[in-house]
Design a binder for this molecule. Structure first.
Ligand code: NAG
Ligand code: NAG
Ligand code: NAG
Ligand code: NAG
Ligand code: NAG
Ligand code: NAG
Length: 369
């Protein structure tokens, strides 16, 4: 809040004085402000934008004339309205109180208002400041941003309000790390992948609840393979090699065997890709599938690779066991048998199909049997 310069203050006093002089046809006695005796205006009035403000002035029966002024403009003199503003209305004009109301207050109404009275032929004034509060509002905020790791970013959040709102930035996700800036500007130099996520700008003053807006910061970085483990599988079974990589944007995967790229659609082999994971699936492992494989993960920022081995596992018990389970489990339910024949050769997924069928007898409702 700016204070009124002395010069301006004097000119206001002078204007009030001349205004009153004209009003009361009175001359010669200097106007005194903040008199200990009547009139007594209330303390400063604080209202929110859009609300109504009541300006009250306590008087006594020696008072003969009364007026409320906005700076040097007379709003009301006695019961007479002097201003054109329809928002200004007279509330009461009694022997003890003279009050007006300003409706739908706006920021330009803020300032000094003066209650002026004439007592025993002496003009006296009392001043009250109307203070207008405005809820915080974010008027400008950075857009979501996508940036490469290591670069600098600057986020902006401009808010208005009265009193001036406090603006803070917080990093709220993936995990809340608390305040990062108690300022309209958030600068991050050499941003890291951990600093990606949602940032929240909050603007608060004590007038209303804080307002918040979010900005999403995406930090791009080249792929990093976090897991690539080899696996051992007996001949004739299903084997899966798995490669996990984190990257932003998500990595694209390619598989190589001994420097030869594996093309999609090779018989009995399938590549399954997800944003952070690639699986190389062998439906029916044969001798020549064993060996070293390379998983290459790449995005626009770079690529990396990892080697993993599909090795032979001698596990006679598991395959004979599987065979046993298959035959014993399937014989009693002839109705299901044809499905098995259809499924087996095409998918070759013996373990899965068997597991599925072996479980059915235990879960079948009685009326199925
Ligand atoms: C009323 O407001 C004015 C201007 O903001 C300030 O100078 C003055 O000290 C306030 N008076 C009281 C009693 O709060
Ligand atoms: C008070 O004076 C200011 C400045 O002239 C003006 O903008 C505002 O509308 C006035 N308010 C009332 C209620 O008269
Ligand atoms: C980031 O800011 C620092 C300090 O201002 C500057 O030295 C550096 O060159 C900036 N880096 C980039 C990528 O703009
Ligand atoms: C696979 O890689 C391992 C270790 O890198 C190596 O010892 C082995 O000889 C490789 N096998 C083949 C078939 O290339
Ligand atoms: C894997 O990375 C190494 C080292 O960067 C590189 O020499 C090799 O050519 C890469 N292999 C593949 C299949 O991209
Ligand atoms: C797997 O391949 C072998 C050899 O080609 C074949 O004999 C066997 O029937 C296949 N198994 C399945 C479940 O398809």
């Amino acid at each position: 809040m700016k204070t009124i310069p002395a010069k301006m203050h004097n000119s206001i006093s002078w204007a009030i004085f001349t205004g009153l002089a004209a009003l009361f046809l009175f001359q010669g006695v200097p106007v005194r402000s903040g008199d200990a005796t009547f009139p007594k205006a209330m303390d400063n009035v604080t209202v929110r934008q859009g609300e109504s403000a009541t300006l009250r002035c306590t008087i006594d029966n020696r008072v003969t004339r009364v007026a409320w002024l906005n700076r040097s403009t007379i709003l009301y003199a006695g019961n007479d309205k002097w201003c054109l503003d329809p928002r200004v209305v007279l509330l009461s004009n009694t022997q003890t109180q003279y009050s007006i109301e300003i409706q739908n207050v706006d920021v330009y109404d803020e300032g000094p208002y003066t209650c002026s009275v004439q007592t025993d032929n002496h003009p006296k004034t009392s001043r009250v400041h109307l203070i207008v509060q405005v809820s915080p509002k974010i008027v400008e905020i950075s857009s979501d941003i996508s940036i490469n790791e290591g670069n600098n970013i600057s986020l902006t959040c401009i808010a208005t309000g009265r009193p001036e709102p406090t603006v803070t930035w917080r990093h709220i996700s993936p995990k809340a790390v608390g305040f990062v800036s108690e300022d309209e500007y958030l600068e991050i130099q050499g941003i890291t992948r951990e600093q990606s996520g949602d940032y929240e700008c909050s603007a608060s003053n004590d007038v209303a609840a804080p307002v918040v807006r979010r900005v999403k910061v995406t930090v791009n970085y080249p792929p990093y393979i976090s897991e690539a483990k080899g696996t051992g599988v007996p001949v004739g079974q299903k084997g899966t090699l798995q490669c996990e990589a984190s990257a932003v944007p998500s990595a694209e995967f390619q598989w190589y065997k001994d420097d030869k790229r594996l093309v999609e659609g090779k018989k009995g082999v399938k590549v399954e890709n997800r944003p952070f994971l690639s699986k190389l699936i062998f439906f029916n492992v044969s001798e020549h599938d064993y060996g070293n494989y390379t998983c290459v993960a790449s995005n626009k920022l770079g690529h990396t690779n990892a080697s993993l081995t599909l090795f032979e596992l001698n596990e006679p018990t598991s395959s004979t066991l599987l065979q046993e389970v298959k035959t014993t489990a399937l014989t009693p339910w002839k109705g299901i048998h044809p499905i098995v024949h259809e499924t087996f050769p095409s998918s070759g997924n013996s373990a899965k199909v068997c597991l599925h069928l072996c479980l059915i007898p235990h879960t079948l409702p009685v009326d199925w049997l």
